[in-house]
Write a protein that binds this ligand. Structure first.
Ligand code: TRP
Length: 361
């Protein structure tokens, strides 16, 4: 490891430029790519997840790109001790994915929890020999998560999960990972591990490809308090699985301001503007236009419009979610198929890895 170059956590601008090129290539050559995304199973999803990432995944799936969706049920334990509710959380997350349009029936989309893919997890061991403790210590996202978790004792999984995430990404020779900015250090680490593996253990042979981050243009969705990012722990969400009546009463309580004239101005009127943004994302009409049509109707009119548009948009998603929830055997079969496909893919990769590392007998 002594002559390796240090991990560069890169600049945001460079990542953005690469990401724009990648978007064009995905449109032109969807079959040249393998896409992988992942979530920690923390429960069911809210509209922030839908407009922030899931909608984009469905769009990419529709381009005809093969897509792996990892449910990171080991990783979730690094910052919260929720093992007692994991199977429930995995089921909720899968229901939301399917309801939103991720479609395993297409044969192109594979959803699986990583705890069920031993060959993927085994890649973690050689990968750990390719990074230093100091490099893991410097990961800016991990540093932030340690602070946010509020835990006094940090388990070693917290420092090493980015290497595990590299295994999630590399096991299926991923080319594209759609992510938000906070995940860029993990992609950089993954690229470094791929490169170092090829150099160090494979005499330069390209066993692993270096995947690229696809930065979504999705806006940051604030919660109904209009101040913080929408998040369950902040109690400011609209859950996909809420009923229309629940949605309506949540929006009624949303924070606004006292000016009657409704305008879209995110910096000086964050609460009103966030509501306009939600209505806009749900209806594809620019937020300024929606503001104009409300005019001096005040918060009452604004909330009425937002409620209508969100409920209309979510209606088919909620309907499908309810149907699926009464057929959990189907939901389980989706995961079983996903696991089986992920395992056969990971077995091939692991055998290439063993062969490169002189471990065949
Ligand atoms: N770290 C991601 C998160 O916290 C979840 C995740 C696990 C992931 N494995 C992944 C994301 C692989 C992208 C690719 O949201």
């Amino acid at each position: 490891m002594t002559n390796q170059t240090e991990i560069s956590y890169g600049t945001f601008e460079a990542s953005q430029r690469r990401s724009n090129e990648l978007e064009k290539d995905l449109q032109k050559n969807p079959k040249n790519h393998i896409l992988l995304t992942g979530d920690r199973p923390t429960g069911s999803l809210h509209v922030g997840h839908l407009f922030g990432s899931v909608k984009n995944r469905v769009r990419l799936q529709q381009l005809g790109v093969e897509t792996f969706v990892v449910i990171a049920d080991y990783q979730v334990l690094t910052d919260r001790d929720t093992f007692d509710s994991i199977s429930q959380n995995v089921a909720e997350l899968t229901l939301d994915y399917l309801a939103c349009g991720l479609d395993p029936e297409s044969g192109l989309t594979h959803i699986f929890p990583h705890s069920h893919v031993p060959e993927l997890n085994q890649l973690l061991i050689p990968f750990l020999t390719l990074v230093t403790n100091a490099e893991l210590d410097r990961n800016p996202t991990v540093k932030e998560e340690i602070i946010a978790s509020g835990q006094k004792k940090i388990n070693a999984g917290m420092y090493t999960y980015p290497v595990h995430q590299a295994a999630d990404i590399l096991f299926c020779k991923t080319t594209v990972v759609p992510v938000g900015k906070d995940q860029l250090p993990h992609i950089e680490l993954t690229r470094t591990i791929a490169r170092r593996f090829n150099q160090h253990y494979a005499s330069g042979k390209a066993i692993f490809r270096e995947p690229e981050a696809l930065l979504s243009e999705a806006p940051v969705i604030l919660g109904l308090d209009g101040i913080q990012k929408m998040s369950k722990s902040r109690n400011n969400t609209i859950m996909l699985k809420a009923t229309s009546d629940e949605t309506s009463s949540l929006i009624k309580k949303a924070k606004t301001d006292s000016e009657r004239m409704i305008t879209y101005d995110p910096s000086s009127r964050p609460e009103v503007s966030n509501l306009l943004l939600l209505a806009s994302l749900a209806s594809n009409e620019p937020p300024e236009k929606i503001a104009e049509s409300i005019g001096d109707g005040g918060s009452g009119k604004l909330k009425q419009i937002v409620t209508e548009r969100i409920n209309d948009y979510l209606m088919p998603i909620r309907k499908r979610r309810n149907e699926l929830a009464s057929n959990m055997d189907y939901v389980k079969s989706v995961l079983r198929k996903g696991i089986s496909h992920a395992r056969s893919t990971a077995e091939k990769t692991l055998s290439e890895v063993r062969s490169a590392m002189n471990m065949e007998i």
